[in-house]
Design a protein around this ligand. Structure first.
Ligand code: PLP
Length: 368
């Protein structure tokens, strides 16, 4: 790769393929693979990532909201797309673009049937979500009879899958809780199949579920973070490659005398001579203010340079006193060696948050 000449997010499609094949190797041959590409494919680029995965024969995609699915259709994605958290106001658009809604309570179920009926749909594919312990979205087990009553009174929709979501699949201390979620889901599925008289697809596992609960893969798994290179544990991270590298350059170097301050609010005051570098990346690009004042760091020529003072909207300043470097030199915010997870940990957050925060202002470059 040529050296960065501005702030860029480099996306390695070979690494994506590697992660996909690694995760797929954990599945039975007939288990389907759903790629979660919500939130711009976790801050990378949903359309490019989905196109590449579609070429690799991924079975299904998921996004959070309807507009995200519309963008995928406009980019030429033809595989089925599950919308995890659709909003009723956009149901017409969902149907026009052949997106498949997750329906999780009585209100949204009835609203969808009503719109689909008006749009003259027949057996429109929908996915019924059950709550088994996350207590976020989903019908309760006790709703099965009610759902059955509604479904048997209409030909407008057809249930393509039943699913649920694990609350703590990455935390083996919570395995008792997780196994209980799995047992509950199985029992819901049995009741549902009996009531309906047919067997929709079943799915429950996210990335850590795939890795930690092989007996809960059912007919399909839903992977997000693993595709992007993080396995939520040191052991699993070894087999995965972070696909995104965030790089920038040194705009200017300053020599700061003892007693001077750096940045807004004079948040940093030097108690000795030091050298700083100003970089063209700030909180508007996704490096939040919490990374300022010595918490976060960047890497220049293999050496760590801590962020000093407050993070600005478009810039950060880093301490380069002991690093031999020049204006125009490349700076690594995160890559495969110093990962987004390593940087996220400095502010007690997780890779998911840091990578999805990288704003649309940052240029994406694809490495094939
Ligand atoms: C985001 C999401 C996933 C993907 O989870 P990862 O931990 O990123 O693999 C799977 N299922 C649902 C319902 C989600 O919201």
């Amino acid at each position: 790769m040529p050296k960065a000449q501005e702030t860029v997010l480099e996306i390695d499609l070979k690494a994506l393929e590697h992660n996909y094949l690694h995760l797929k190797s954990k599945l039975q041959p007939n288990t389907k693979f759903l790629a979660v590409v919500k939130a711009f494919a976790y801050g990378s680029d949903a359309c490019e990532i989905a196109k590449h995965l579609q070429n690799l024969q991924v079975d299904y995609f998921a996004v959070a909201y309807i507009n995200e699915g519309v963008a995928l259709r406009q980019a030429g994605i033809t595989k089925p797309i599950l919308v995890l958290h659709p909003q009723a106001v956009n149901f017409k658009s969902l149907i026009e673009h052949c997106l498949e809604p997750s329906l999780y309570n009585a209100k949204i179920l009835k609203e969808f049937i009503s719109v689909a009926f008006d749009e003259k749909q027949n057996e429109y594919p929908v996915h019924i979500k059950f709550n088994t312990g996350l207590n976020r979205l989903g019908f309760w087990q006790s709703d099965v009879d009610f759902i059955e009553k509604i479904l048997s009174s209409t030909k407008t929709i057809k249930v393509k899958s039943l699913f649920s979501h694990l609350a703590a699949s990455e935390d083996l201390n919570e395995s008792k809780f997780t196994l209980n979620q799995i047992v509950n889901f199985k029992s819901i599925a049995e009741n549902f199949e009996k009531a309906l008289g047919y067997k929709p697809m079943l799915h429950m596992c996210n990335t850590s579920g795939i890795l930690n609960y092989p007996d809960a893969h059912f007919n399909m798994v839903r992977s997000g973070i693993g595709l992007y290179g993080f396995g939520n544990s040191e052991k699993e991270n070894k087999y995965l490659k972070p696909i995104a590298s965030l790089k920038t350059i040194i705009s200017q170097i300053h020599h700061i005398e003892k007693g001077e301050s750096v940045g807004y609010n004079r948040a940093f005051k030097s108690d000795s001579f030091l050298k700083t570098a100003t970089l063209p990346i700030g909180h508007a690009d996704g490096i939040g203010r919490q990374y300022g004042n010595g918490k976060g760091f960047v890497t220049i020529h293999g050496q760590k340079a801590p962020i000093i003072g407050n993070v600005c909207m478009d810039m950060i300043m880093v301490n380069i006193t002991d690093i031999e470097c020049y204006e125009g030199d490349e700076v690594i915010i995160f890559d495969k060696n110093t990962t987004a997870e390593n940087l996220a940990e400095t502010t007690n957050t997780i890779s998911y948050e840091l990578i999805t925060d990288i704003s649309q202002r940052v240029k994406r470059i694809f490495v094939k």
